[in-house]
Design a protein around this ligand. Structure first.
Ligand code: AMP
Length: 191
């Protein structure tokens, strides 16, 4: 199996590059942000609780997203592999993910990080906010809060995979196709 973690701050291009990777490698896309937004749309209790945190630019509790991922892994037992987008966002999510994958006789193949500076992230998110309808993309203070959460809680996840020799980073600024080629180059190193 090819199990990839696409890593980077909000606005780094994880969603866009996930689409390209799914097409090339036939992977199942697991975006915890998309799964949470689907819960909100469906008006579930989980969605209502998550919405309050998401609208404040804060992470939702680890056990909530781990539960959703566990469910999706079980639902897709025959997958050629997974692309994790926006997950794991804390080391406390990365550890149980390893355990869940081990139970299924598989593991993370590689984490690829997209490097983008804060100024460019803010510009991209405000631009996306004009059409995405996402309340968390439409306000500079909220974007700053999301980047703060990323720097405090999510950045250490890179060290977690680096310690396993599974971490790569590519420049996330430039042409989408060029960035995609660089990501593929990093993935090929693992195959
Ligand atoms: P995203 O679509 O990945 O930008 O996620 C949007 C929001 O959903 C984040 O700002 C968090 O509030 C929440 N969220 C998504 N994925 C996670 C996760 N793995 N852990 C905690 N919160 C998450």
């Amino acid at each position: 199996m090819l199990n990839l973690v696409l890593f980077g701050p909000p606005g780094a291009g994880k969603g866009t590059q996930s689409e390209n990777l799914i097409d090339k490698f036939c992977l199942v896309h697991l975006s915890t942000g998309n799964l949470l937004r689907a819960e909100i749309m469906a008006g579930t209790e989980l969605g209502l609780r998550a919405k309050r945190l998401m609208d404040a630019g804060l992470l939702v509790p680890d056990e909530v997203v781990i539960g959703m991922i566990d469910h999706k892994l079980k639902e897709n037992r025959d997958a050629a592999g997974f692309i994790f987008d926006g997950f794991p966002r804390t080391v406390a999510q990365a550890e149980p993910l390893d355990a869940l994958l081990t139970q299924n006789d598989t593991a993370i193949s590689r984490m690829v990080a997209l490097n983008v500076n804060d100024e460019e992230l803010t510009r991209r998110l405000l631009e996306r906010g004009k059409t995405s309808g996402r309340p968390d993309d439409q306000n500079k203070a909220l974007i700053r809060q999301r980047v703060r959460e990323y720097n405090e809680k999510t950045r250490p996840v890179a060290d977690y995979y680096a310690a396993q020799g599974k971490f790569s980073a590519v420049d996330g600024i430039g042409e989408i196709d060029g960035i995609f080629a660089n990501i593929c180059g990093e993935i090929e190193k693992t195959r």
